[in-house]
Design a protein around this ligand. Structure first.
Ligand code: SF4
Ligand code: SF4
Ligand code: FES
Length: 573
């Protein structure tokens, strides 16, 4: 039911049941918020969104207060502005003054609020929080003194990721956010997804940087510098640089990376094509042996760690095929090393990815061979953009260049794998082609592409009906469990930790509203609809790899090198 309320002496329409904030925003009135996150129940913790309501003595929090028909609201009265200013001043009173050196400098919500509220001096002095830098995690750094206790990370970790690795510790002035038993992060159940980093308004949580290490190696003359980047990286870089993404942007990025000093540039998409091909053969073996046990995809390293910690009974059902990043890394340190006539340790192999958990994955024991890692450093898109800016490269005025063989190209399936449901679709499409020698109708996968955190479909492949499930964000696991408990059987199950898939990876630019994530997914589906080569088995790069290059290289001829193992992990909760 719609009714009229008065805001700043003007009438606006409000809807019964909605909050004051929602009515204001729908009518184009913006007020600042801090603890609030869209799609979460409001806690009213920070009070940044206060407004004045006639007849109420106290200011009310617009994010949690339902709108009522009689209300006359003031959103920017002197009293309201002063209240918001005091809140920010209190937050700044014990905040470290190191904005210039902070990871979130120029991209910090606290800094922005302080600017918007015209705070020009420190009026309130509080007890400075003792600096505590936790660098124990392979993917995430925590700087406790920059935490403003908004609680966003705690809620995301519990309600979206379901890992519950962070919580409020102690009470009163001693309150802080920490991992289990206030120990270092590496003892916790954190699965390194980085979703908490995406929502943190300040520099209290950020990725562990590998940029300095990469720079150091870029200056070593005797080392071959190699970089792989996944399709979503180009989308993220175009977003961050304010450029329009299209397929040509890959060629701009290749040229930029060469200018920076990389000797070889590969697309991780080739690794994804290998990954799809190998999973397809695992699925084929499973179907041929009439196995009733589902095959769980393991391309998401955060999901794999979650399963190892919380559902170890699933480990035997996880596909043992390595992720695209690691397969590309393997090819770099074997095939490319062989082609260049150098030892694997003479190559510095960098991966640029939208996924923060890949920083952890690259260091897993199972990803090392004879003590040498296949991927030496992992950069998020944000780090790669910093590197591009550091080298002063003008991306708007640069000759387009191709990537390097033997991993210069990919099929559109490799792009599709970046959205939730995309990898499972790519595998079934490949299986369909393998069995029937014709491409599957894309309409068959409609149900897997959207429709909630748990999606399922039955896909006919000749005489067989493949039962498939997609878990889009770990909250979908409960529905999967319930479905299995009710007697449903599946052949193939995809689980992605980040809701929406890698298009919502924590290594992508911060400003990712739901609309932005949707538009990234749209780009992925567009690529799949418009590119000529849809299947890995039709990609000349993959054909050359499988039919020629792998056979010629004894290290990879039997393809065992593309497989890994997973094991139970014990962590403090
Ligand atoms: S990285 Fe993911 S699992 Fe770890 S604390 Fe953050 S949200 Fe939780
Ligand atoms: S670490 Fe960041 S997201 Fe978490 S409570 Fe502190 S400021 Fe908020
Ligand atoms: S944003 Fe409304 S109380 Fe924090």
């Amino acid at each position: 039911m719609l009714f009229t309320i008065q805001v700043n002496n003007k009438k606006i329409k409000a809807e019964k049941g909605e909050t004051i904030l929602s009515a204001l925003n729908r009518n184009g009135i913006i007020i600042p918020t801090l603890c609030r996150m869209k799609e979460f129940t409001p806690t009213g913790a920070c009070r940044m969104c206060v407004v004045e309501v006639d007849g109420r003595d106290r200011l009310v929090t617009a994010c949690s207060q339902p709108v009522e028909e009689w209300m006359k609201i003031k959103t920017h009265s002197p009293r309201v502005i002063q209240a918001r200013k005091t809140i920010v001043e209190l937050l700044l009173s014990n905040h470290p003054d190191d904005c210039l050196y902070c990871d979130r400098n120029l991209n910090c919500e606290l800094q922005r609020l302080s600017e918007e509220l015209n705070i020009r001096e420190r009026r309130i002095r509080g007890r400075k929080i003792k600096p505590r830098l936790d660098q124990s995690s392979p993917a995430i750094v925590r700087e406790l003194s920059k935490c403003i206790l908004c609680g966003r990370c705690v809620r995301v970790c519990e309600e979206v990721v379901t890992a519950t690795s962070l919580d409020f510790i102690n009470k009163g002035r001693e309150t802080h956010v920490g991992a289990a038993m206030d120990r270092d992060f590496n003892f916790s159940s954190c699965i390194h997804c980085g979703q908490c980093v995406l929502v943190c308004p300040t520099g209290a949580l950020h990725e562990k940087h590998n940029i300095n290490e990469v720079q150091e190696y870029l200056h070593k003359p005797d080392i071959i510098k190699v970089i792989q980047y996944s399709p979503m990286v180009t989308v993220g870089i175009a977003e961050e640089l304010g450029m329009r993404y299209n397929r040509e942007f890959d060629k701009i990025l290749n040229a930029v990376l060469r200018k920076i000093g990389f000797d070889k540039i590969f697309t991780t998409g080739t690794g994804t094509d290998v990954c799809i091909t190998e999973i397809t053969s695992q699925l084929s073996e499973k179907i041929d042996s009439n196995s009733q046990i589902p095959l769980y995809l393991s391309a998401c390293p955060a999901w794999v760690k979650y399963a190892e910690q919380f559902i170890p009974s699933l480990i035997p059902q996880l596909s043992t095929v390595k992720s695209s990043q690691q397969i590309t890394g393997v090819l770099v340190k074997t095939l490319v090393a062989g082609q260049l006539g150098v030892k694997p340790e003479d190559i510095f192999s960098v991966s640029a990815t939208p996924c923060m958990a890949m920083k952890f994955e690259a260091r897993r024991d199972g990803m090392m061979r004879k003590g040498i890692s296949d991927v030496d450093a992992v950069l998020t898109v944000r780090e790669l953009v910093r590197l591009i800016r550091l080298y002063g490269i003008d991306t708007t005025n640069i000759e387009h260049e191709p990537a390097d063989e033997p991993m210069a190209n990919r099929s559109s399936s490799a792009v599709l794998a970046e959205v939730s449901g995309g990898l499972v679709e790519s595998v079934i499409r490949s299986y369909h082609y393998l069995k029937l020698k014709k491409e599957a109708d894309k309409q068959l996968f409609k149900k897997l592409r959207s429709g909630g955190v748990f999606r399922e479909a039955s896909v006919p492949v000749g005489e067989i009906e493949l039962k498939v499930a997609v878990v889009d964000g770990l909250t979908g696991l409960e529905k999967l469990k319930a479905s299995i408990a009710s007697g449903k059987k599946y052949d193939l199950i995809e689980v992605m930790t980040c809701p929406g898939g890698c298009v919502h990876g924590a290594g992508l630019p911060f400003s990712s509203s739901k609309d932005e994530i949707r538009s990234r997914s749209k780009l992925v589906y567009q690529a799949d609809d418009t590119e000529a080569i849809n299947l890995p088995c039709k990609s000349p790069t993959l054909i050359n790899l499988y039919e020629k290059l792998l056979k010629e290289n004894i290290d990879i001829a039997d393809k065992k090198i593309f497989y890994t193992h997973f094991e139970r992990k014990n962590v403090l909760l």
